[in-house]
Design a protein around this ligand. Structure first.
Ligand code: KG4
Ligand code: ZN
Length: 333
């Protein structure tokens, strides 16, 4: 069965066609990020207006790219939350209209869960149950996944999401938006051991995260910048980026390993925009190898928001008997 996926939870408009939950026939992604850059973050009103303009064109492009016709589709899957209200409504409304006009079943999909599903589009051999870690601009969550419809939350961020911390630190350093790739690039030139930014990651719950403290520590450091003699401003910023990235990724690895130990699982599945970070990927690969855990990452284009993961995950839920009605609503949490 071919599932058509629609993803409009943030600033992307993405439409994909996926066969049997695994084979990506097309995956079109149109982003309004360039329009948000000048504001240093996503402006929800601009995002949803641009999604409204883009969505029909993106649907057409997805069909053209896959070389199939609408009558060959068997299911419409759509992100129903969490995300920005106006953006979600564009995708949900379009999905309902397609479901109604083509007389196809409709299914609403959780965006955060679909991020870890991205791995199933590219990897075989992921065994249930597994621990999943989703690290994105809006979420930092550890899950215990018994099955695609049996996902329980082990721990999440108590304040900022990890990607949000990357974006805010980049803003403090005047680097631009989105911050993650810009920090990663500068961090290559810096020394991760030169500064120590503490990122304990929440003391109350061992599997919860906290990223607002480290963001504030970077702010205070830059405000009182006491650069050692002989060090240029550029060198200092690269060191801040490298040290911030090092602390944050250490905490993610530590907590994910603890979750695998507590739940006694040997498979760890990662997803979300921050998982595109090469230092994070190497740390996870090395630590998992040392601990006898099999670790899975999506390729870079499937880490960030895309509709292929939505189409695939929707198919798996549909196969289990789930279905939404035309009264499908948005879920902001
Ligand atoms: O999953 P995603 O595309 O959207 C949400 O669901 O939020 O994640 C976007 C986040 C942004 O905060 C962005 O700065 C971060 O992912 N990101 C990265 C990298 N690429 C994207 N963070 C660190 N390193 C990267 N290479
Ligand atoms: Zn996302």
């Amino acid at each position: 069965m071919i599932s058509l996926g629609i993803e409009t939870s943030c600033d992307e408009t993405s439409v994909a066609l996926v066969k049997d939950g695994r084979e990506v026939l097309s995956n079109e992604v149109s982003s309004s990020a360039d329009f948000h850059k000048r504001h240093g973050g996503v402006i929800p009103e601009i995002a949803s207006r641009m999604q409204l303009e883009a969505i029909s064109l993106v649907v057409k492009a997805a069909f053209k790219d896959a070389g199939i016709k609408p009558r060959e589709v068997g299911l419409i899957s759509v992100t129903s939350g969490p995300g920005l209200l106006g953006s979600l409504l564009v995708g949900i409304s379009f999905a309902k209209a397609m479901s109604y006009s083509l007389n196809l079943p409709l299914i609403g999909v959780n965006h955060v869960h679909s991020h870890f599903y991205a791995n199933f589009l590219e990897h075989n051999g992921i065994e249930l149950p597994f621990v999943a870690l989703v690290v994105s601009g809006g979420h930092t969550s550890l899950f215990y996944v018994k099955d695609f419809d049996k996902v329980s939350l082990l721990g999440a961020t108590l304040d900022d999401a990890c990607g949000e911390a990357f974006d805010k630190v980049a803003k403090i350093l005047n680097l631009g938006y989105p911050g993650g790739p810009l920090i990663e690039k500068l961090a290559f030139k810096g020394n991760p051991g030169s500064l120590r930014f503490n990122c304990s990651g929440g003391s109350k719950h061992p599997l919860a995260f906290s990223f607002s403290g480290i963001k504030t520590a970077v702010l205070y450091y830059t405000q009182n910048l006491n650069r050692p003699a002989g060090k240029t401003r550029a060198e200092d910023i690269s060191d801040v980026c490298a040290s911030f990235q090092d602390s944050v990724t250490d905490v993610l690895v530590k907590k994910a390993m603890l979750a695998c130990k507590v739940k006694k699982v040997k498979h760890l599945v990662l997803g979300g925009g921050v998982v595109a970070n090469s230092v994070l990927r190497k740390k996870f690969a090395d630590t998992c190898r040392e601990n006898g855990i099999k670790c899975f990452f999506p390729s870079l284009r499937l880490c960030t928001d895309n509709a292929a993961m939505v189409a695939g995950f929707g198919y798996q839920l549909f196969k289990k008997g789930y279905k939404s009605g035309l009264d499908l609503g948005h879920d902001l949490n």
